[in-house]
Design a binder for this molecule. Sequence first.
Ligand code: NDP
Length: 316
Amino acid sequence: MSDIEKLKCLIIGSGPAGYTAAIYAARAEMKPVMYQGMQPGGQLTTTNEVENFPGYPDGISGPEMMIQLEAQAKRFETDIRFGFITKVDFSGNVHKCWTEDGHEIHADTVIIATGASAKYLGLPSEKKYLDLGGGVSACAVCDGFFYRGQETVIVGAGDSACEEAHYLSKLCKKVTMLVRKNEFRASKIMADRVKNTPNIEILFNTETLEVLGDGQGVTGAKVKNIQTNEEKIIPCTGFFVAIGHQPNTEVFKDFIELDEVGYIKYAQPGTSKTNIAGVFVAGDAADKTYRQAITAAGTGCIAALDAERYLAAKGH
Ligand code: NDP
């Protein structure tokens, strides 16, 4: 029993949601412990420049912003640990969690801020330019601005792809949308909006063979019509992928209510409460619609305040 660590507040995940929850929880004397997870800093560490987070008039790189958020959380003595939670048991009054090396934690409150991961096509050339920060992106709202006046390609046929294609169409000279089937998956209204936008060209039955570049940035996409086998090159400087996200919630699935994709369901809209009392959620693990750093940070604040009120009601 002596090896079990007892905490008032455990935060799982270290994106803007987790760090904001940590700042609020620490300032409320909840002595939060954060496990950073597989990708410390979260999805923003794969973003170049963040220009839409208020308070940074000149923009800031994603990794730099996460370093600053970490420093702010540490300033109030959040205990930030490298590692991840591999098992939970939320069946009793104490919330039990285990780290990858078997360390057992009993937490009065848990804030889940594990985020979601964008799906990519899996092409080596796509990964190359994603890693280089030179033209591959999974977020048009984050990165579209860098391609204004230029030509871009977007892959996908769901609501996200349509919304992002439409967003890009307002900034870019031309947007080519690659749809692998002969139909959209998106709702009719979203698909119609894309079809009726003059500078969006839709190529159905089309798959990406390779993202082309000059070693520094993207210069085009080599694509193939899977019905005619015709191949062609589409010039572009931005290659956007909008083929869905996978929330990182697998470890919670036996206890926390998830939707069919795996997003955590809020037990009470307008709060961060899950179906388990004392377990709260913040950020993209429960958000398939907005997915912005600022919205994640906002829900991180909500989760910490909800956790604080939960503890106060229990007399802690
Ligand atoms: P979806 O899972 O709905 O759509 C993913 C799309 O990506 C599908 O069209 C799929 O094609 C395509 N795709 C998957 N893998 C590949 C691949 N390897 N190559 C090419 N295409 C691929 O994800 P979304 O992110 O669009 O939406 C997620 C949820 O969020 C949905 O419920 C959506 O309705 C909702 N949403 C709502 C919005 C709104 O209402 N404003 C905005 C954004 C999202 P295929 O169809 O061939 O399987």
